[in-house]
Ligand binder design. Structure first.
Ligand SMILES: [Zn+2]
Length: 117
């Protein structure tokens, strides 16, 4: 694994832990089911600008996550955050943002200190 891949993995892991803790009581963003949550990305992980964005990532049950129904997720996003926020996430995801590994490390440290991990 390259340093870059290690840093990306660390970020994926901390975001998963933060989301699980945050959404535990709320249940799956799409069906509301209270079960073991997975990290569901509204805009896919390949969009680096929103991959570790805590609004873009929400607790989702395994079924909804694997069903991968974007329109359904979008409706749930609008219910949870409102339309303007949802649209801003879509626009942000489409920006071609390239983070350096150092910037990703900073992002990781910031998340870690804010969320007490
Ligand atoms: Zn669900």
């Amino acid at each position: 694994m390259t340093q870059r891949q290690k840093t990306e993995k660390k970020l994926d892991d901390i975001v998963r832990d933060i989301i699980k803790k945050r959404d535990e009581k709320r249940g799956c963003i799409t069906c509301g089911q209270n079960c073991a949550l997975t990290t569901g990305h509204f805009m896919k992980r390949r969009h680096l600008a929103t991959r570790w964005n805590l609004t873009n990532v929400n607790g989702q049950c395994w079924e909804c996550n694997s069903k991968d129904d974007w329109e359904e997720y979008k409706a749930a996003m609008i219910t949870k955050y409102g339309e303007p926020v949802t649209e801003s996430i879509i626009s942000l995801a489409r920006l071609d943002i390239r983070f350096t590994t150092a910037e990703l490390e900073e992002k990781y440290e910031r998340l870690k200190s804010i969320h007490n991990f």
